[in-house]
Ligand binder design. Sequence first.
Ligand SMILES: *Cc1c(COP(=O)(O)O)cnc(C)c1O
Length: 383
Amino acid sequence: MRTRAIIHLDRLTGNINKIKDRIGSCKICAVVKADAYGHGAPQVAKAAVNAGVYCLGVVTTQEGAGLRKNGITAPVLLFSNPHPDEIQEIINFNLIPFISDISYASILNEQAKLAKVKLKVHLKIDTGMNRLGCKPEEAVSLACHIADCAALELAGTATHFAVSDSIADGDRAYTRMQIECFKRTVGSIKSAGIDPGILHAANSGGVILHPESWLDMVRPGLLMYGYKPVEEYADFPHKPIEVQPVMELRASISLIKKVKQGESVSYGRIWTAPEDTNIAIITAGYSDGLPRSASGKWKALIGGKYYPIAGRICMDQCCVDLGQQTDIGRWDEAVLFGSFRDLNAATLAAAAGTIPYEITCNVNKRVPRVYTTGDVALYGKKQ
Ligand SMILES: *Cc1c(COP(=O)(O)O)cnc(C)c1O
């Protein structure tokens, strides 16, 4: 089976450098949750730390533990409230949880005290996402509580944006409101005599569109992996940031067969050959990361040319129409998405009715990741 996801770590480094050029002296938290959006967390985290990011962001305790087991010593932020059962592990692996409420702070404090450690935590303020975080009006009392917890150290304060990836006037205004609310609330924490630690808010959308949200640190995910959830608007004061997709999904042709005009191909018989043709069977389907909803709307790049996918994308395979005359051979490699203008996770997401985040996250564990810092030759015909 030659299905593989090529992970271009040189592009990841390049993207981080582009982000650094944009944000200047502010720090970066490289978001590597969900196995680094499908790219492989340990490898991405190592490359990101080498590229100079300050810390890493994950969601589950297990993800944080995974980084530690792979020898990563950079600070690791936990963007969630893990179940109290997991607190021992948070302490053992020296992870930094977000805190949204006094009762969770108290449980953390108790266990940290028993373990005789001072556990770093970040206070999360909900400024309009209505997910995790305390209400702005509760932030000062929560900060005071954390300050009173002998086994906790308030190392940072954060918020998260709901619509920073939209250029619509109303959405930009909403994000500005969130930023203002955050700054005001941090101001009151400081007025209460408490050091809020490192301040951070910006996800990729914030990095791209909202310089006033950069503060002490930014938390880009998607942008690092080479996709922009939003483009800069026309009079934006910075040059558009240019990033390159890091992941490429390749599969190979396991069989080529002749199909006669009028014969159907694949499940559901939604595609029939308009003329006698050659059909290539490709070793990737929706379980590998090629969304079934892209059936009839997607293509593969083989031997430097695009060929349409014929019929339903199956779980493990899809069929491609090579046409009547072809010099494509069995075992040649097909690119299903990569860094091409028309063939990447964003254009595939558009065809499938989803977002590029979901495309790279959904490349199944069974697809081997091949890490490279250069080009990887294709099997078969040159692209
Ligand atoms: C996922 C996540 C991010 C990164 O979001 P992108 O849109 O991929 O940049 C940042 N912060 C938090 C809290 C997140 O959960």
